[in-house]
Design a protein around this ligand. Structure first.
Ligand code: 3PG
Length: 338
């Protein structure tokens, strides 16, 4: 039987306007919620297929905005979205202002410094991340970048090995622990410092030896790997004095955020200390200046720590499930704007 277009439209409008379930003023559940995946750096196709399956299995509708270059495209796409999944995409107040129906935004990944949490909270939008889902991918890249660095960027000249070297891990969360696990396989001596863990807690993991503070980590280790989030406290905290504590041949590896580096200070240090190397998965603002340190600097052209099918599947599907769970039960377990 043919359904007249005006009847179908009326039916669809009704579906979107009348909630089937009301948890609170903020959480009203409709039969056909719209979940927008907005990724300037897209997930692998297999991950998008997995997200679609979760979304559609729950009776929701999936909308995709990938590889956008104009923020206006994002503003338009969020207009009728009930839920939003992003990666490092900036969810600013302007984005929130355009998202009139938005109830939840999930950063498919660990760091949520790209979400304007105040703007979310002001609109009673729940903001979440998916901690741990992409950590192995980031950790594997760290080790890959380290091998590349100690083998002189594969230039054919004799390099060195990671076995027996002291690796310092700054912040012992999901990524830091995965780095420790893999580094142990390389035969490295692993040390760690975490501002939110006691030395006993770190030692109890059996994966690393705790040091007293971050200065001690830089003094002790041949290589320091950064796993701190970008917060008001950590921004530009990796500076001239701190990195300058490393002994001869020190390597700094960054798979966290560019904002934690005091770029001017590090450039000054690398100018003075011709033995220090800086390896990063997040291109610094001063990339052109760092490039002057040939053979001691490497940056991936685009952040790719979490760019694996596995990490995309893990983080993307976790995000979709968290949204479905929130819509069905009000579960806010991974909320970050409490
Ligand atoms: C994260 O915070 O989860 C990582 O930095 C990965 O970011 P991405 O999803 O933009 O690759």
């Amino acid at each position: 039987m043919e359904i007249r277009d005006d009847v179908r439209e009326g039916y669809e409008k009704k579906l979107r306007k009348e909630p089937t379930c009301v948890f609170s003023d903020e959480i009203k559940i409709y039969p056909k919620m719209k979940v927008l995946v907005a990724t300037e750096k897209p997930f692998a196709k297999v991950a998008v297929d997995g997200i679609r399956e979760v979304v559609e299995k729950n009776g929701y509708e999936l909308a995709l905005l990938e590889k956008y270059t104009d923020v206006n495209d994002l503003y338009k796409a969020v207009e009728d979205a009930d839920a939003l999944i992003v990666r490092s995409d900036k969810v600013t107040k302007e984005v929130i202002d355009h998202a009139k129906n938005l109830k939840i935004v999930v950063r498919a990944g660990a760091g949520f410094d790209n979400l304007d949490l105040e703007a979310c909270t002001a609109r009673k939008i729940v903001a979440m991340n998916t901690p741990g889902q992409n950590s192995n991918a980031v950790a594997e890249l760290v080790m890959g970048m380290l091998v590349y660095a100690v083998r002189n960027f594969f230039n054919g000249k004799s390099g060195s090995e990671l076995m027996g070297k002291k690796l310092g891990i700054l912040a012992f969360g999901n990524v830091g622990r995965n780095v420790a696990r893999i580094a142990k396989g390389f035969g490295m001596d692993v040390y760690a410092y975490d501002a939110f863990m006691t030395a006993d807690q770190i030692n109890a993991t059996g994966m690393a030896t705790a040091v007293a503070n971050q200065e001690a980590l830089f003094e002790t280790c041949d290589i320091v790997s950064l796993h701190i989030p970008a917060t008001a406290e950590t921004k530009q905290s990796i500076n001239y004095n701190l990195v300058g504590k490393m002994h001869k041949g020190g390597i700094l590896v960054n798979s966290a955020r560019k904002e934690v580096i005091d770029e001017a200070g590090l450039l000054k240090l690398m100018g003075e200390r011709t033995d220090i190397k800086y390896i990063t998965d997040i291109m610094p603002d001063a990339d052109a200046d760092f490039k002057a340190f040939e053979g001691r600097y490497f940056a991936t052209p685009k952040k790719m720590g979490a760019q694996t099918e596995e990490a995309n599947i893990n983080a993307g599907i976790a995000a979709a499930n968290q949204i479905a769970d929130f819509f069905k039960t009000g579960n806010k377990k991974f909320q970050v704007n409490k």
